[in-house]
Design a protein around this ligand. Structure first.
Ligand SMILES: Cc1cc2nc3c(=O)[nH]c(=O)nc-3n(C[C@H](O)[C@H](O)[C@H](O)COP(=O)(O)OP(=O)(O)OC[C@H]3O[C@@H](n4cnc5c(N)ncnc54)[C@H](O)[C@@H]3O)c2cc1C
Ligand SMILES: *[C@@H]1O[C@H](CO)[C@@H](O)[C@H](O)[C@H]1NC(C)=O
Ligand SMILES: *[C@@H]1O[C@H](CO)[C@@H](O)[C@H](O)[C@H]1NC(C)=O
Ligand SMILES: *[C@@H]1O[C@H](CO)[C@@H](O)[C@H](O)[C@H]1NC(C)=O
Ligand SMILES: *[C@@H]1O[C@H](CO)[C@@H](O)[C@H](O)[C@H]1NC(C)=O
Ligand SMILES: *[C@@H]1O[C@H](CO)[C@@H](O)[C@H](O)[C@H]1NC(C)=O
Ligand SMILES: *[C@@H]1O[C@H](CO)[C@@H](O)[C@H](O)[C@H]1NC(C)=O
Ligand SMILES: *[C@@H]1O[C@H](CO)[C@@H](O)[C@H](O)[C@H]1NC(C)=O
Ligand SMILES: *[C@@H]1O[C@H](CO)[C@@H](O)[C@H](O)[C@H]1NC(C)=O
Ligand SMILES: *[C@@H]1O[C@H](CO)[C@@H](O)[C@H](O)[C@H]1NC(C)=O
Ligand SMILES: *[C@@H]1O[C@H](CO)[C@@H](O)[C@H](O)[C@H]1NC(C)=O
Length: 652
């Protein structure tokens, strides 16, 4: 979109939406037009950034500027034209418009037959919440206990406010739970428990933040595929996805239940804040670096993403009174820090950047969820309607269109589905204890790049010891199988990969290039053993389970010739993706002696007035998709910024 069309769009909005006539007054297309100074500057108007900016401006006084690389898309209403973002059907319309995504390819992956991997992240107001698949997941209690324990080596769960109990109020504040309709709840056997969720309409101004909604239809095969887990001993069934337990369960969709459209950080936070005079947003603008007086942040340097003639070299410095909050996501937050002189000294020197703080962890500890794609097809799946009928049964397909076109109900209200298995390793694998022992005793430095800083290695070792206990416990989910309701299986996800990658600036031309992303997939050899067991369990579910036997599955991939760990290694090299689009860990919340970048208040070590708030602070991935955890972390961060740490946790 050109500047001109954006300006016209804004004028049109101002003219047509009387309730929002004011909003164009605090939306800017160029940093030279914004105020000289703000209380807070938020770098990145994505999932976390918009959440924090909304909360900080609720008082009507605190001034906040959000600087966003992407653009503000047309309003997400039925009147708008922003179909790729608002469409829920199928779950993946959001990535169909390339102008809403960064285009980055990873380094060739040596353990994946030198394949490069597309690094997918949102580049639009709303960030990745505007383009994601809308699965609304939390992970388990232990995922959050683990975060706090890296700071406190006793086993007392209460010793850190980074814990399940410390996050639960923020999970509740982050989302508005809109329960599934009575008919579909009964028909599909959906269970849920509102005790784990926040309630609609409870914000002081009567508006609601992001919705956790539900479609009005489920394929009956989904319920059958859930029930089929009863054919395997020990599989837990969990009543609600928000309970923090591993098991098989139903979960909601980030969806506005009335509009039946995506609900995301733009609709839930930007649109709430847009009529506040103290909230400003500048789009099409990139924060190059944070500006300092000594080690105290005084502002940011901003450049236009698509410079007009004469703009090329124009860098605008915007001043900050209190703090810069970096929320550019797992791929770009480490880039902003490194370009600001905060990162591993050797890297910065080779890029010609003066080191302000030698912080070896910035851009290290990179994690994402690997996707495995085994393929099973049922030769005799008798349950109809199912997703295949959309193609095979013209009558069903016509009915589907009628429901959608008249009332926005029926199968087209489904995104990627609402049920999956999230299972702990002892239930998946007969050698859980062996692999746990192997992870404890392995030489951890062999899995990291040579010359890794000792503090980063110490942090990796701490993570591996924690995950070794998790492998032997029923409290952490390692296995995820998405249920489809149809005659083919969904993807399998490794929820706790052991390999760690890097996201570093390109030292050749650091200010004008994308970050260099290296997943370092399968660099810890035990990932192969774990993933092999995930596939072996998937076989068990489909091929030796009395409750799926009648469906008569055929294993299409990897196929029965693949049996040993070595054979699986070859198969994975050709077939896995190291990314479920959940980049995390690159500005880890860990003690500095464990390679940490931010402390328990999310403040960057060695600096005054800089925090990081987004998925890059997760020290270890959670056993679930990352969007809901990002919202909860951002809600908690807003309270840390406004009120400091909770009582009893004053900084030592
Ligand atoms: C295709 C896809 C599918 C996904 N599916 C799911 C799902 O179904 N469920 C789920 O829970 N999670 C899903 N995720 C993951 C989830 O959406 C993300 O983990 C989460 O949104 C990340 O939030 P964030 O705040 O860390 O970053 P983002 O939301 O990505 O925000 C970062 C923002 O910073 C901006 N930015 C970057 N650099 C700069 C700079 N220098 N200056 C200014 N602005 C900058 C970006 O444009 C972006 O808007 C998916 C992600 C993708 C991409
Ligand atoms: C990957 O690339 C390296 C370096 O170019 C080469 O030595 C190796 O043979 C390649 N591996 C495969 C599987 O192609
Ligand atoms: C699930 O939780 C709801 C709400 O507390 C409760 O009514 C229901 O009985 C529970 N169902 C199961 C199977 O435990
Ligand atoms: C609204 O929130 C307040 C404070 O968190 C709580 O006490 C109250 O019960 C909530 N009301 C509803 C209707 O959920
Ligand atoms: C995990 O659950 C299974 C099935 O209930 C049980 O047999 C096993 O003992 C449990 N393992 C641990 C470590 O609790
Ligand atoms: C067409 O589909 C509808 C809805 O699934 C069903 O009620 C009806 O019986 C179908 N008609 C035929 C001819 O299959
Ligand atoms: C649409 O909703 C109305 C009101 O609930 C209902 O009467 C009508 O049958 C619905 N139409 C379709 C096609 O489902
Ligand atoms: C686990 O290790 C023990 C001892 O090393 C060995 O006897 C056993 O066969 C192993 N089990 C599996 C499933 O690999
Ligand atoms: C672990 O590997 C590193 C790197 O190769 C090596 O220097 C170190 O001696 C090894 N440690 C042990 C205990 O083998
Ligand atoms: C780094 O930037 C240079 C110059 O633009 C480019 O040629 C090179 O491909 C980049 N390297 C990587 C790994 O992206
Ligand atoms: C299962 O499907 C295969 C492939 O279509 C077929 O050859 C076989 O007879 C079927 N088995 C049963 C028990 O129906």
């Amino acid at each position: 979109m050109t500047r001109l069309t954006i300006a016209v769009t804004l004028l049109a909005l101002a003219a047509t939406c009387s309730a929002r006539t004011h909003s164009a007054g605090n939306l800017f297309l160029h940093a030279r037009d914004v105020d000289e100074q703000y209380d807070y500057i938020v770098v990145g108007g994505g999932t976390a950034g918009l959440t924090v900016a909304d909360r900080l401006t609720e008082d009507g006084e605190t001034t906040v500027l959000v600087v966003e690389y992407g653009e503000l898309s047309a309003l997400t209403t039925r009147l708008g034209s922003d179909d790729s973002i608002k469409t829920v059907t199928g779950g993946f319309a959001g990535i169909s418009d390339p102008s809403h995504l960064f285009t980055i390819q990873s380094l060739p992956q040596t353990n994946l037959a030198n394949r490069t991997i597309a690094v997918v992240a949102g580049k639009v107001v709303g960030g990745s919440s505007a383009v994601n698949a809308m699965m609304t997941i939390r992970g388990t209690v232990d995922d959050y206990t683990r975060w706090g324990q890296f700071f406190h080596d006793d086993d007392d769960d209460e010793s850190s406010h980074w814990s399940w109990d410390g996050l639960l109020p923020y999970f509740k504040r982050a989302l508005t739970f809109a329960p599934p309709g009575e008919a579909v709840t009964k028909e599909a056997g959906i269970t849920f428990d509102t005790a784990f969720w926040g309630t609609a309409g409870n914000d002081t101004d009567g508006t609601t933040p992001v919705y956790a909604g539900w479609p009005s239809f489920q394929y009956p095969g989904t319920t059958a595929q859930i029930e089929a887990f009863r054919g395997i001993d020990g599989v837990p069934f969990v009543n609600d996805s928000g309970a923090g337990e591993a098991g098989v369960y139903w979960y909601p969709t980030f969806m506005d239940p009335t509009l039946v459209e995506r609900s995301y950080a733009r609709t839930g936070h930007h649109d709430r804040a847009a009529n506040r005079e103290n909230y400003h947003l500048v789009t099409g603008s990139r924060v190059l670096r944070v500006v300092f007086d000594g080690t105290t942040a005084t502002g940011v340097a901003v450049v236009p993403v698509s410079p007009e003639d004469g703009d090329e070299a124009t860098e605008t410095i915007v001043g900050v009174r209190k703090e810069v909050i970096i929320a550019a996501g797992g791929i770009h937050s480490p880039q902003v820090l490194q370009l600001s002189g905060i990162g591993p000294r050797e890297l910065l020197e080779s890029a010609g950047i003066t080191t302000l703080v030698d912080l070896p962890g910035v851009g290290q500890n990179f994690q994402d969820h690997p996707i495995l794609r085994p393929a099973f097809t049922y030769n005799n799946f008798p349950i109809h309607p199912n997703p295949q009928d959309l193609i095979l049964d013209a009558n069903f397909s016509a009915w589907t269109d009628t429901l959608w076109n008249t009332n926005r109900t029926g199968p087209k209200s489904l995104a990627t589905g609402n049920a999956a298995a999230w299972l702990p390793f002892p239930i998946i694998s007969p050698r859980a204890l062996n692999l746990s022992d192997a992870l404890t005793t392995q030489n951890h430095s062999l899995s990291l790049p040579p010359n890794t800083h000792p503090t980063v290695l110490a942090g990796y070792r701490a993570q591996m010891l924690s995950l070794a206990s998790a492998l032997a416990s029923n409290g952490t989910a390692f296995y995820n199988l998405i249920l489809t309701g149809g005659a083919t299986n969904g993807i399998v996800v490794d929820l706790h990969p052991l390999s760690r990658g890097t996201v570093n600036i390109n030292t050749t031309d650091p200010f004008h290039t994308s970050p260099v992303v290296d997943y370092r997939a399968l660099s810890n050899p035990l990932d192969v053993a774990i993933m092999a067991d995930l596939i072996r369990f998937t076989r068990r579910y489909h091929l030796s389970n009395p409750l799926t036997a009648d469906w008569n599955a055929t294993e299409v991939s990897p196929g029965e010739a693949t049996q040993t760990d070595e054979e699986f290694e070859t198969y994975f090299a050709e077939s896995i993706s190291p990314s479920e689009y959940h980049p995390s860990g690159t500005c880890a919340m860990l003690p500095r002696e464990l390679g940490g970048v931010v402390d328990e208040e999310l403040k960057v070590y060695g600096l005054e007035g800089v925090r990081v708030v987004d998925a890059s602070v997760f020290p270890t991935l959670v056993g679930g998709n990352t969007c809901q955890p990002v919202y909860a972390v951002a809600e908690k961060a807003a309270d840390l910024i406004r009120f400091g740490p909770p009582e009893g946790y004053e900084r030592a």
